[in-house]
Design a protein around this ligand. Structure first.
Ligand SMILES: *[C@@H]1O[C@H](CO)[C@@H](O)[C@H](O)[C@H]1NC(C)=O
Ligand SMILES: *[C@@H]1O[C@H](CO)[C@@H](O)[C@H](O)[C@H]1NC(C)=O
Ligand SMILES: *[C@@H]1O[C@H](CO)[C@@H](O)[C@H](O)[C@H]1NC(C)=O
Length: 804
């Protein structure tokens, strides 16, 4: 065997000859792929044939079954030589023994020798991979030890010459395990020795070599392309761990605050990053995150005052849910977006009008939710109100009065408080505060006029309205409710309330009784207006009531006595010349002014041409000289009329006796009696007595009534109605010894025509016994002026009263 091995190694050809001379087989063993002409063996020699006969016997090589003739015979040498290329692989493929059968034919005689040419394999084929490049895709997630079968390499040779092993190019990740199939063929397996990282190297190129066992050894290579398939082994990575953004609170919706970004080194789906907020919280209401772009946008209301900074966890996830996290901080910057708000903390309304200046009436609080200067607030009041704001503790202000209040001037204040912050632009707001001023009874009622005058004609009806007074009180409600009342006082000694009354509500003054000018020409009452406050305030006013005269008194003839009362006769001297005063009719009128302006007139006379009467003086004078022919007895009827409208009148008769001697009078009386017949005389006497009695009774009754009604006669006129009972010559003062019966003559002299409504009466009293002048009479004009001081009519009527 060592020998054979040696032969093989030396490439020598061994020929095994089965030496059977006839019909024997000859075997040769040759390596394949010998050159054409190469000697396989000397068949002649091997068969023991004579070289010379070869030609003659037509020695030749035949194929057994018309296959290719691989060998031929060199007739000269008897050598079997290579005729055609012998390729073991194509002849026998993987057969372990490959024999080419040829026949050696000799003729004459026909001789046939089988030639078996054993074709030995030589390592003429290299191992070969089906594809020169092998594509392998390996998940990068493949773990260490994972194996990947590789394609087998093929080698046409057999035996040792075929594939004996593989080797792999040196690399970091893979080892090669060579394995044997049951048939003995070998293949390789890539074994992962170290995990792959696609992100580091996404493709590996490895040279795989297959080698055979031939000598020289042959090998074939293939390139293994290892594609590292991505595994989601990389979480996305944010570009920063902390994102910071700031944003004004006024930011509108959809404002982009920040864009975060994360990268994932993986590929495809694994690198698709989805951004989101990590926690579900309020922030999601305020911000939105675009899951694809990482844009954070404003999605809700940003309010610095609510939240000045947001801190959020954000996450980036890839398609398979690997996530990383980062923090996003969004600082909100303040914008002056809050107007100051004014709160009225307390207000004392209504406030009494008498509070002293500086009284605190309210407390105000101002709030601005902004910060810094945006939240600094100044407060102010509008001009023109008596209040000011006084800063108190932080954000509080006191509303303080600055002046005296007067409800009657301003009862309600509408105070506008304005608060302005110091932002830019500043914001402001205002609030109005209603303050009402409560009443204090600080105003007394004030009469509209300083004094009031009422004019009323005498004989008015009781209850008639005289005038009305009015007072105003600007205070509120009962503090301003005016009640009128009479102040107690006396008029002519009687309580004033018996003269007038005042309506407490309306101030209308009524007469309580009928007034008589002849008794009372004027009086004053005090009316008080009082409010209903507590304590009440009041004021007084004087009401002067002036009673005006009405022509209600007829003239009263004092002298001569009214007709029929007494028989009075004037003596007229016979020698009286024309124009001499013979008598005087004296009449008075209780009225005043025109109503008392008397005029005298002779309405009937015995001799109309003889006497005249002074129209205003009442003096009866002769018109001409008396003559003898004139009747001794003259009778005049005089009418006295006042100047009232309508006028009233009275008449009297005056008997005049033209005679020089008083002694003649009785005779004359007798004569006059004698002249009448006795019958007539007795009738006359009866009539006279009855009339006198009746008249006296009447007078007594009247006097009694008057006396009862008014115990104190105060006016001169009371006496003036007394009828003189005795003969009183004109122009002589009466000397009344008894003093019990007053006899008064009034002499009224109207110095001017006078107005009807006002007159001054100058009264001179000569008889203080009968009339207490200080009670009833005013002695000087100035007294009257004082009394009626407000009555300053320039037209003055004077009435002179002489008391006798
Ligand atoms: C108070 O004044 C404000 C501003 O001048 C006004 O709007 C408001 O109507 C007033 N209120 C009253 C009750 O007068
Ligand atoms: C009247 O004035 C008094 C104080 O003088 C006060 O207490 C009262 O409230 C006032 N009445 C009204 C109705 O204002
Ligand atoms: C009004 O008169 C009454 C009574 O004389 C008096 O008490 C009161 O003080 C007077 N009032 C005024 C304001 O003068």
């Amino acid at each position: 065997m060592e020998y054979f091995t040696f032969v093989l190694q030396c490439g020598l050809i061994f020929i095994f000859v089965d030496l059977s001379p006839i019909s024997g087989d000859v075997s040769y063993s040759i390596p394949e792929e010998m050159k054409r002409g190469s000697v396989i063996g000397n068949i002649a020699k091997d068969l023991g044939l004579d070289l010379g006969t070869l030609t003659t016997r037509k020695a030749r090589i035949d194929t057994e079954d018309n296959t290719l003739q691989y060998s031929s015979l060199n007739l000269k040498t008897g050598e079997l030589i290579i005729h055609d290329r012998i390729d073991r692989e194509s002849l026998c493929a993987k057969k372990s023994s490959c024999v080419v059968k040829q026949e050696f034919v000799l003729e004459s005689p026909l001789e046939l020798h089988r030639i078996n040419i054993l074709v030995q394999d030589i390592n003429d084929n290299s191992p070969q991979f089906k594809d020169e490049s092998l594509q392998i895709e390996i998940q990068e997630s493949a773990v260490k030890g994972a194996s990947f079968m590789l394609d087998e390499a093929h080698d046409g040779d057999i035996g040792e010459n075929t594939v004996q092993g593989y080797s792999l190019q040196q690399n970091d990740n893979f080892k090669l395990h060579v394995k044997m199939k049951p048939g003995g063929r070998k293949y390789g397996e890539l074994v992962l020795n170290k995990e792959l990282d696609r992100e580091e190297k996404k493709e590996l190129v490895l040279m795989l070599t297959a080698f055979d066992g031939g000598s020289p050894q042959r090998s074939g290579t293939a390139v293994i392309h290892v594609t590292v398939l991505d595994a989601n082994d990389n979480a996305p990575m944010f570009t920063e761990n902390m994102y910071k953004a700031s944003l004004p609170e006024s930011a509108a919706l959809d404002t982009v605050v920040i864009t975060v970004s994360a990268t994932d080194e993986d590929e495809g789906m694994y690198a698709e990053v989805i951004y989101s907020f990590d926690q579900v919280s309020d922030e999601n209401q305020v911000f939105s995150m675009d899951p694809k772009t990482g844009e954070v946008k404003v999605a809700g209301l940003i309010d610095f005052e609510k939240e000045s900074s947001y801190e959020m966890q954000i996450s980036a996830k890839d398609g398979l849910g690997m996530a990383t996290y980062a923090t996003l901080t969004i600082e909100v910057t303040d914008i002056n977006d809050n107007t100051p708000v004014i709160h009225l903390k307390s207000i004392s309304s209504p406030i009494p009008e008498n509070i002293p200046p500086g009284t605190e009436v309210g407390i105000i609080n101002v709030q601005d939710r902004d910060s810094e200067s945006n939240g600094q607030v100044r407060c102010s009041l509008q001009q023109g109100v008596p209040f000011k704001l006084v800063p108190s503790i932080k954000n509080y202000y006191s509303l303080v009065s600055t002046g005296q209040l007067d409800r009657e001037v301003v009862s309600d204040y509408n105070i506008t408080i304005t608060a302005t912050d110091e932002g830019s632009p500043p914001l402001s707001s205002s609030k109005s505060v209603q303050l009402s001023v409560a009443d204090i009874n600080d105003n007394p009622p004030v009469f509209e006029e300083e004094s009031y005058s009422a004019y009323v004609s005498e004989n008015n009806k009781a209850g008639s309205t005289l005038c009305s007074v009015a007072a105003r009180d600007p205070d509120w409600r009962q503090n301003g409710t005016v009640i009128y009342s009479l102040l107690a006082g006396e008029v002519n000694g009687a309580p004033v309330s018996s003269y007038v009354s005042v309506n407490g509500d309306t101030g209308v003054i009524h007469a309580v009784r009928s007034f008589d000018y002849e008794q009372l020409r004027s009086f004053k009452v005090q009316v008080m207006a009082r409010d209903n406050g507590s304590p009440p305030l009041s004021s007084n006013v004087t009401v002067s009531v002036f009673i005006s005269d009405v022509n209600d008194n007829a003239p009263q003839i004092l002298y001569p006595a009214p007709e029929g009362n007494s028989f009075m006769t004037e003596l007229v001297p016979k020698a009286a010349h024309g124009g001499s005063l013979v008598s005087k009719v004296i009449a008075v009128d209780a009225d005043s002014g025109q109503n008392a302006w008397l005029s005298y007139q002779i309405v009937k006379s015995t001799d109309p041409g003889l006497f005249t009467i002074g129209v205003h003086s009442g003096e009866i004078r002769t018109q001409r000289d008396i003559s003898e022919s004139d009747s001794m007895k003259q009778n005049l009827i005089v009418s006295v009329k006042d100047n009232g409208q309508p006028s009233l009148s009275a008449t009297c008769s005056m008997y005049l006796l033209i005679s020089d001697n008083l002694a003649e009078v009785p005779e004359l009386k007798d004569i006059s009696y004698d002249e009448k017949n006795s019958k007539l005389t007795s009738y006359l006497i009866i009539a006279l007595v009855s009339v006198s009695t009746f008249f006296l009774t009447f007078i007594i009754i009247i006097l009694g009534v008057r006396f009862c009604r008014r115990r104190k006669p105060r006016l001169l006129f009371d006496g003036a109605v007394a009828i003189p009972s005795a003969y009183l010559p004109p122009n002589y003062a009466d000397v009344d010894g008894t003093g019990t019966l007053r006899s008064t003559y009034n002499y009224d002299a109207y110095l001017t025509t006078g107005s009807r409504t006002s007159d001054f009466k100058f009264v001179s009293s000569y008889n203080d016994n009968t009339l207490p002048a200080d009670q009833t009479l005013r002695k000087s004009p100035s007294d009257f002026a004082d009394t009626f001081g407000d009555d300053s009519s320039p037209e003055v009527g004077l009435e002179l009263i002489f008391l006798k």
